[in-house]
Design a protein around this ligand. Sequence first.
Ligand SMILES: NC(=O)c1ccc[n+]([C@@H]2O[C@H](COP(=O)([O-])OP(=O)(O)OC[C@H]3O[C@@H](n4cnc5c(N)ncnc54)[C@H](OP(=O)(O)O)[C@@H]3O)[C@@H](O)[C@H]2O)c1
Length: 343
Amino acid sequence: MSQSLSQATPQTMQAVQYSRYGPPEVLELRRVAVPAPKPGEVLVRVYASGLNPKDAVIRSGLFKRFSGRAFPKGTGFDFAGEVAVLGEGVADLELGQKVWGFLDGFAGGAAAEYVAVSQDWLSPMPEGISYAEAAALPLVGLTALQALRDKAKLQAGERLLIKGASGGVGSAAIGLAKAMGAHVTAMASTGSLERCRVLGADRIVDYTRTDLLSLEGRFDVFLDLYGGSPFHTYRRLLERRGRFVTAAPDPSIFLARLITRLLPGPKADFVFVKPKRDDLVTLTAYVEAGVLAMPIEATYTLETVREAHRAVAEGHARGKRVLLVQQTADAGAARQQHAAQVA
Ligand SMILES: NC(=O)c1ccc[n+]([C@@H]2O[C@H](COP(=O)([O-])OP(=O)(O)OC[C@H]3O[C@@H](n4cnc5c(N)ncnc54)[C@H](OP(=O)(O)O)[C@@H]3O)[C@@H](O)[C@H]2O)c1
């Protein structure tokens, strides 16, 4: 039997959906049934939902081979909110508990007042941050964590180069790499360099003025968060035991990964992030220790979701864009904080 705050949980909710692939204009705010959590799932009352490039790419239809042709579809992967209903078999969470996480795979749905989520894809939210701040972190934070810790096996004292350092994943990677004791070189455009320094980068490089291949010194790890950096072109930037990890792989990475496993010299790999409860707990510890924060560039609402998707598709992030899904005292505080930052 599932346990619920039944009086407080309505039958219907507002959710952003679309019924065909296309530009942001295909997104519509609809009234739909609140989903019922299956065994092992939690119904989360969503207060904030972070946006990622993945939202715009899937909506556009570029990944339709994976996302399929069944409509309507929801959008949004990152969420922060509170537990509204515990599905059968969920024992270690409580009704009303604050949680954060993201949806796995290609079916979004977090840009809605409620979302049913596997208990393995969420964890208790870090203390001391707002729902908006929490919703900005799960997908990018876990991408950075799984890339640096699991794929690159980054060690204290190693030299790390990050391409795309000022974006969501890059900002998280700077904080995590510094906490792991690495020396961080961040590549970004002119307007984002100072932000990378504030986030903790030891050295900043303006990619609009400096060719990557002209960089002096070699790196132990090259984290590519933009793409367009085939391993064979950039392997000369790496030490003999260096590791190249990309979050934006092109087809050449699969062969490079295979070949570099067989031969001596730098290794190539890619990351496909997975929402894992243990990793969200690890990320929580970094946030609560004050080493990981994600600046919010702008907030939107379910009504202004098209505008949010347009901004995300531009690709020059200065922090995260977040949907404030439902009003809370906390979301109000985040709005005021953002207004103060902009003013
Ligand atoms: N594989 C996975 O599991 C996974 C998970 C998460 C994300 N991703 C992918 O990883 C990438 C980064 O995600 P994100 O959320 O960090 O995106 P984001 O917040 O939009 O950041 C993208 C960054 O790319 C930089 N950039 C733009 N043009 C560039 C260029 N010509 N050369 C170098 N950098 C450039 C931008 O920096 P400037 O503004 O300074 O130009 C921006 O900060 C995306 O492709 C995303 O789809 C993959």
